[in-house]
Design a binder for this molecule. Structure first.
Ligand code: AMP
Ligand code: ZN
Length: 125
């Protein structure tokens, strides 16, 4: 199987490793959205967060442990499938530290704002 994250786990592809556990790894994504952007992945290969809920839970436990040390607001998110913007098909949790007015948007931010405004005015189109 050709999986870049499995290659990183195996030490066969370069990565800036930030933390290692027996079951997971934290490293810097290539071209992260900010300096603190971190990925947490299980060592075993699962394609996404729906493939094996136990692996998902173990990996997000590690991500939460890591995120708790950051001491900032953050997004802890994962994408499932290309339509949801997943591009690497080895489960990964994104940790993105956030600051007020940092300019980062979630993919649904514009629609969320528009629908919230429409709900207020009673326009539910
Ligand atoms: P997603 O769109 O949720 O699948 O996120 C994929 C993440 O993997 C992005 O943050 C990419 O920057 C990151 N990424 C892709 N290839 C590599 C790589 N070779 N080394 C480190 N991070 C990578
Ligand atoms: Zn993999």
């Amino acid at each position: 199987m050709d999986c870049i994250f499995c290659a990183i786990v195996a030490g066969q592809a370069p990565a800036t490793i930030l933390r290692e556990w027996d079951d997971a790894l934290a490293f810097k994504p290539r071209g992260g959205v900010n300096d603190g952007h971190t990925l947490v992945i299980p060592r075993i290969h699962v394609a996404d967060a729906t493939e094996d809920p136990n692996v998902t839970a173990d990996a997000v436990r590690r991500a939460a442990q890591y995120a708790a040390e950051i001491g900032a607001n953050l997004n802890l998110i994962t994408n499932v499938g290309p339509d949801a913007t997943q591009t690497v098909f080895h489960l990964h949790w994104h940790i993105v530290p956030r600051a007020k007015a940092d300019g980062l948007l979630l993919p649904w931010t514009p629609q969320h704002a528009a629908r919230a405004a429409a709900a207020q005015t009673g326009d539910t189109r």
